[in-house]
Design a protein around this ligand. Sequence first.
Ligand code: SF4
Length: 437
Amino acid sequence: MKSSAIQEWFARLPGSIGIGNVRYTTSGKCDDASLVQGTQPVTASVESLKVALSFNGNIVNTLQLKREVDQNFSDFVYGCDSDLVCHKLLLELKKGKDLAPAVAEVMQSFDGAFSVTGITGNGVFFAFKDPHGIKPLCAGHSLDGESYFFSSETVSLDINGFVRDFELRPGELVTVSKRGFERQQIVENPHKAFCAFEFAYFARPDSRFDGKYVYEIREDFGRNLVKEFPDIVKDADIILSVPETGDDPAMGVHEESGLRWERASRRHRYVTERAFILLNNERFSTIDRKVNILGSKVAGKRVIVTEDSIVRGDTTKIIIDKLRKAGAKKVYMFVTFPRIIGPCFYGIDMSTYGQLIGSRHSPEDIATIIGADKVCYQSLDGLVRATGEKRGDLCLACVTGKYPTPLAQKIADQNRAKFLSGREEKGRIYELDEAPP
Ligand code: SF4
């Protein structure tokens, strides 16, 4: 839709509150009809009560909560985890609870990550974050003080000319009234576990977390890699980045090492799919079309390639193939996110052990498989230091195997054992019927 058409459409909408979501699917089916059905906001109503909400994260104990919601709403059709959060909140409101105790019950009932914005039928605009604060959610206002906003990332406030006020705390509920934001700590002494992968890959580089731009943190990742692998730096001629999440670390590597950052890998402006979230058969051709290597710039060179992460390894393998065909003499991978060894349960689509090259291969094996001379992962300590967070305040579960929520840990341990014994994973492991209660 053209932006003028969107403005015209906005002007026709009644009311003064709106919520929306660019959905990234980690729950429910992925066929076109299901994706359309999962378009947010999701809504639910019973008698005179209504709730609409928009959700970022992923729920782990969907199987258990589905039973409860099914028993209480005869017309409930499960599409994805957002429907469950919406119906569970409605169920608690139906019991006569006010919003805060209803949200408290939601926070206690769900295992997983959920940063939520919503509207009740009587016009209360609210937002809350799970007790671990795994996904980001910030609040801001317009310069004239007339409008109030919630957003996953600060960038959407910036580009609309709004002021950021604060990041929601884990376990916090915020409502908006004529007096502005009203904050209530629903869960006392929450245990913060903010997703570390946001810093390396997921967040936009021009967003800020705790005052620091994500791109500055990624530059620090690059500096760390130079300090951690000085011998590799001595054996390299140029730096090349995998566009675009490898660009900021490349800047850090360049500044710390003095090596030339050769902008010889270019991304096709109009091939916009994230290869990471595509289906297997689409991924190869997309990467091939998406990244162009300028052969004359790498022929005969020893190249350090900066990349945010290696998940399946096939994106990196294709890029290294292209570099070899272009005549690169050596290819060293500098990877800012440490080796991913386990699935994510909290809203990043890596949901099985089998799809992760790092779950069963050492860095040396991975180098052989993807065709690199060496794969150099940033250390966990280096990553944590650069984020400015305390290690205990970050979720690093996909790297360490230590999950911040109990059911996720149980499912991970159970499925890891099965995976190592050779059993095939048939779907996202937290959606399998045999997931423990
Ligand atoms: S498991 Fe990994 S990707 Fe998932 S929330 Fe934790 S750090 Fe982020």
